[in-house]
Design a protein around this ligand. Structure first.
Ligand code: ZN
Length: 63
């Protein structure tokens, strides 16, 4: 058993859904990312480079 909380951060980036056109689902890049961690922590949306940095800081215990 691990005695500490495992931080498994997922970075969801760059896609948002647009209204359908001619019955097709449409997506576009937003340039932003949202963080979701297995411990319940979430952050964002924020610019992708910042999201990666924020995720690393979170895993290493800063937040
Ligand atoms: Zn976490």
């Amino acid at each position: 058993m691990l005695a500490y909380t495992v931080h498994d951060v997922a970075i969801s980036c760059g896609i948002r859904e647009l209204p359908p056109e001619d019955g097709w689902r449409c997506f576009e890049s937003t340039g932003v990312a949202t963080l979701t961690c297995s411990c319940g922590y979430t952050d964002g949306p924020m610019p992708k480079p910042l999201a990666r940095l924020t995720a690393e800081l979170h895993i290493h215990g800063a937040t």
